[in-house]
Design a protein around this ligand. Structure first.
Ligand code: UDP
Ligand code: MG
Length: 322
């Protein structure tokens, strides 16, 4: 009796990718055809696109039974899209890849090899270089990884991409973390397991535009810090201690100057600066508290990570009803 083939689910988050999807589909099906030892399903997540992405996906689902899709009721972000894909995936192995071919499907055979023959549980990828990226963005990325790796126990790999192939048990571990404020790269590292890292050169996207503005990336990095470190919360204690110490030194200086007969006051300008400085630091620390509190607030609401408006099943039902 022939052994049943293992199934790979490829998850593809798509936000306004109508131009890129045909390129992606052609390439991924080409690679899938070469990998005869496994079966494939392709799960596209339409993350509330405003272009023709959903229509393109419907078209592929109709002509290729391996294509499945989940269409969100609005844009929930790539993190939610990846979670939806992991939930929908039925495969023994699950791959996450971008629709713009920046994550080359041609790496899949090599990645599968590590899982099947070398005892790894998942294969993650990172960019070797940041070529083709604006220098200011690279600089901030560098600073971000420097900070987060100092203050978080979970190590973040610089240049890590979401492109990965993992075994079912890793997928189940990730799905067991339904936190609302998600930072998948951190979650991958948090769950552990035996991970193989692959490096490849940065590739330009095949069509369409990047969905990440500088501001979006900045907010994403704050999200990561709040999700994986509580170190900023200790800043208030640190400043409090520092200022108490400075005040004590100041008091001693004033008392000593009084007894040696020197004037005690140094003028209002310096006082004003100190008041402003201390006030600023206090507000800054309150802001940090507020950031953590707001994340906690959102977590306690435990809202769903996404709302699906349509899947390939709805399409099938509609066709059968005809
Ligand atoms: N994406 C998404 N929802 C979003 C933003 C992006 O599903 O809100 C998808 C996007 O369609 C792409 C992937 O996430 O397949 C990576 O996005 P992009 O290529 O814009 O990011 P970059 O590669 O430039 O970091
Ligand atoms: Mg991209």
């Amino acid at each position: 009796m022939a052994e049943t083939k293992k199934l790979i689910s490829a998850i593809v988050p798509c936000y306004n990718e109508e131009e890129a999807i045909p390129f992606f589909y052609d390439e991924v099906t080409r690679v899938a055809a070469q990998m005869t030892e496994v079966d494939f399903e392709f799960i596209f997540i339409d993350d509330g696109s405003s272009d023709g992405t959903l229509a393109v996906l419907r078209g592929y689902a109709q002509k290729d039974k391996r294509v499945r899709y989940v269409s969100f009721s609005r844009n929930f972000g790539k993190e939610s899209a990846m979670y939806a894909g992991l939930e929908a995936a039925k495969g023994d192995y699950v791959a996450i890849m971008d629709a713009d071919l920046q994550d080359p499907p041609s790496l899949l055979p090599e990645m599968l090899g590590y899982l099947e023959n070398d005892g790894y549980d998942s294969v993650s990828t990172r960019r070797r270089t940041r070529k083709g990226e604006p220098p200011i963005r690279s600089l901030f990325a560098h600073i971000f990884y420097g900070i987060i790796n100092k203050i978080s126990k979970v190590k973040m790999t610089p240049g890590a991409r979401d492109f990965s192939l993992m075994k079912r048990k890793v997928v189940d571990a990730i799905l067991s973390m339904p936190e609302y404020n998600r930072f998948t790269k951190g979650i991958f590292n948090w769950v552990g397991f035996k991970v193989k890292w692959l490096s490849y050169d940065n590739i330009q996207r095949v069509a369409g535009k990047t969905k990440w503005s500088f501001w979006k990336l900045f907010k994403y990095s704050i999200e990561c810090i709040v999700a994986f470190s509580t170190a900023p919360l200790a800043l208030a204690s640190f400043f409090g201690f520092l200022f108490c110490f400075a005040a004590l030194v100041g008091i001693i200086v004033i008392v000593v100057r009084h007894f040696v007969g020197a004037a005690a006051a140094f003028g209002w300008a310096s006082t004003l600066c100190i008041v402003l400085f201390v006030g600023g630091v206090q507000l800054f620390c309150t802001g940090i508290l507020g950031t953590y509190l707001s994340k906690t607030y959102l977590e306690t609401k435990s809202r769903p990570l996404y709302i699906a408006a349509e899947t390939e099943k709805d399409l099938e039902e509609k066709e059968q009803a005809k």
